[in-house]
Design a protein around this ligand. Structure first.
Ligand code: K2U
Ligand code: ZN
Length: 173
C-alpha cells in the first residue's frame, strides 16, 4: 500500500463528474486500500477517488471516532443515495482538499445508500449521524461538488483565494 497525494482546491479534477466503475479490478482494489491508508494518515474520516486524482466513482470511509473502538473501514464503488430523510442536520464540515477551512453545511440527517463492495457484492444500508454526513460529502466529490459550493459566493471566493495562496506557498517550498 502507498500514500497518495491529495489534490488541493482549486483543481479542475475536483470539479469533474466521475465515471462509474464498470469492473472491479485488482488495481481498483489497490487504489481503495491506498485511499484508506491516505485517509487514516491525513487524518480524515472519508476520502473520494477524485481527491487523489482518479476520476472514478469510488469512496472510502471510517467514521469511528472513538480510538478504543474497532475501526470500521468501508469501501464503496458506485455509491448512490436511494432515499433521503426529510429531517435535516447541520454540521461544521471540513475537507482534506480544502485544508483548515470549516463551514456549517445542512444536509438530510439520514440517507439510504446502495453501492458495490470491495468483494463485488451489491450492498445497501441506512446511514445516520456523522456517517450520513460523510457519505453525502464523499458522494458530492464524485459529482464535482465541494462543501464550499453550499456557501455564499463571497465566502466561497474568500476560501478559494486562501487555497490559491496556500498552493503558491507550497510550490515555493
Ligand atoms: O472528503 C474529505 O475531504 C474527507 C473529509 C470528510 C468529512 C468532511 C466533513 C464532515 C464529515 C466528513 C475529512 O474527513 S475532513 C476531516 C474531518 C474529520 C473529522 C470530522 C469531520 C471532518
Ligand atoms: Zn472533502
Amino acid at each position: 500500500m502507498s500514500l497518495r497525494p491529495i489534490l488541493i482546491h482549486p483543481d479542475p479534477r475536483l470539479k469533474t463528474v466521475c465515471a462509474p466503475v464498470s469492473a472491479l479490478t485488482d488495481d481498483l482494489r489497490r487504489l481503495a486500500d491506498d485511499m484508506l491508508e491516505t485517509m487514516y494518515e491525513a487524518p480524515g474520516i472519508g476520502l473520494a477517488a477524485p481527491q487523489v486524482g482518479v476520476l472514478s466513482r469510488l469512496i472510502v470511509m471510517d467514521c469511528v471516532k472513538d480510538r478504543d473502538a474497532a475501526p470500521r473501514p468501508m469501501v464503496l464503488f458506485n455509491p448512490e443515495v436511494v432515499w433521503a430523510s426529510e429531517a435535516r442536520s447541520t454540521y461544521e464540515e471540513g475537507c482534506l482538499s480544502i485544508p483548515e477551512q470549516f463551514a456549517e453545511v445542512e444536509r438530510p440527517a439520514e440517507v439510504r445508500v446502495r453501492w458495490t463492495g470491495r468483494d463485488g457484492r451489491e450492498e445497501e444500508d441506512l446511514f445516520s449521524g456523522l456517517w450520513a454526513i460523510c457519505v453525502q460529502h464523499e458522494i458530492d466529490h464524485l459529482n464535482g461538488r465541494l462543501f464550499i459550493d453550499y456557501l455564499s459566493p463571497l465566502r466561497r471566493q474568500m476560501i478559494t483565494r486562501r487555497m490559491q495562496k496556500l498552493k503558491r506557498e507550497r510550490a515555493k517550498a
